[in-house]
Design a protein around this ligand. Structure first.
Ligand SMILES: *Cc1c(COP(=O)(O)O)cnc(C)c1O
Length: 375
């Protein structure tokens, strides 16, 4: 731990917050449903193996990832249970699916035939398109879906779909979700009727679990909510349960300098000191995932429980902060870019608002260069 804090920039993961979120989400699960956390994109920047290990320890034994190599990383990190790949895997990697016991999503009928032609038995979940029009065989093409079930080398262990409305706090969006659910169960019912074996079905992601859990299913593929966030502050406030942010993003202040009124700082001298200014250099930049669009005071960090606005342009490895009004700031202090310090807090949703995106993007872009530890 001590050694760790000698680092320049790092992520702290709160075990207590993660456990809290798991318990909150588990309290919402419909009958016969368990969590299948989405740990894709390095667990939304948190660190996939670290998060999945914590979840394994909490008794969670199903995960979803986006790619075959994300699945392999989990296995090499000792993660047990079912790992479902949500996205495309090239047929040449079928041997890896077998070797690492990964479950592949069937994207459509044509893709099923390609994988089947590899001649190695793999576990698959068939994705049905019920309106998102991204991945999935159309739920209306029952013949084609039946032919996927008939593929000799594909062992179908699940069927699922995905809701296209992300904010299910709005009644009209809930309506659309329920319509998708109906279309999904209609297709599933028909397939069962004609003799297809369907061990597991699933539909819900975070928003669905929070606001439409009556849609049911055997897995809830919760991602963002598990990390204690939702995509926006507005959704977070309307979640209905208290979600606690798991991640804090911190950097060391490596030096503090004073510049005189009228002097500039940073690339292009975009910052011009209107007064004598004390500037702290934080050892973190856009190469670590600090959005460059936070430059010139759009964003800030917290130092000693006070807000320190970003000065000039965020650089690849460094960010300048105005600490003129933070009297005791010293060059060994920590700057908190996401997380709490004293009474103040900056959430990933706050950063998302400042940079006109969603917290999911802010978090998933946090670089592998950052050290990560569970506290
Ligand atoms: C990313 C993803 C999820 C998780 O979504 P959250 O909104 O983060 O809970 C679930 N299902 C699929 C298909 C996804 O791509």
């Amino acid at each position: 731990m001590t050694g760790f804090y000698q680092g320049r920039a790092w992520i702290e993961l709160s075990r207590a917050a993660l456990r809290h979120n798991v318990e909150q989400l588990q309290s919402l699960l419909p009958p016969n449903c368990v969590l299948m956390p989405a740990v894709k994109a390095n667990a939304y920047g948190h660190g996939a193996v670290l998060i999945a290990r914590e979840l394994n320890a909490l008794g969670i034994n199903a995960f979803c990832v986006a790619t075959v190599f994300e699945g392999i990383e989990l296995r090499q990190g000792g993660i047990a249970g079912e790992i479902l790949i949500l996205g495309y895997t090239h047929p040449q990697y079928v041997p890896l699916l077998v070797q690492y016991h990964l479950t592949q999503t069937i994207l459509d009928h044509r893709y099923a035939l390609e994988l089947n032609a590899c001649g190695q038995i793999i576990n698959v979940h068939i994705k049905l398109d019920t309106g998102m029009h991204r991945l999935g065989e159309s739920c209306e093409n029952l013949d084609k879906i039946q032919r996927i079930f008939a593929c000799q080398f594909l062992r179908t262990t699940g069927v699922y779909t995905h809701l296209y409305e992300d904010d299910l706090t709005l009644p009209s969006n809930r309506e659309a979700a329920l319509t998708q659910g109906k279309a999904f169960y209609q297709a599933v019912g028909h397939l069962k009727h004609i003799g297809c074996q369907i061990p597991k079905v699933h539909i819900l992601a975070s928003s669905g679990l929070l606001h439409c859990s009556e849609i049911g299913g055997n897995y809830a593929r919760a991602g963002i909510a598990l990390y204690g966030q939702l995509s926006t502050n507005d959704e977070w406030k309307k979640a209905g349960v208290v979600l606690k942010p798991v991640l804090s993003l911190k950097a060391r202040i490596t030096l503090i300098r004073e510049i005189a009124q009228g002097e500039g700082a940073g690339y292009g001298h975009q910052f011009q000191a209107k007064r004598n200014t004390k500037i702290a250099v934080a050892a973190i930049g856009y190469g670590d995932g600090i959005p460059r669009s936070l430059s010139n005071g759009v964003g800030a960090a917290l130092v000693r429980g006070r807000v320190a606005p970003i000065v000039g342009r965020v650089c690849m490895d460094q960010t300048l902060l105005d600490v003129t009004d933070i009297p005791f700031a010293v060059s060994v202090d920590t700057a908190v870019f996401i997380g709490a310090s004293g009474e103040q807090e900056i959430t990933a949703c706050d950063v998302a608002e400042q940079t006109e995106t969603i917290s999911n993007e802010v978090l998933s872009r946090l670089s592998t260069r950052l050290n990560r530890l569970v506290v």
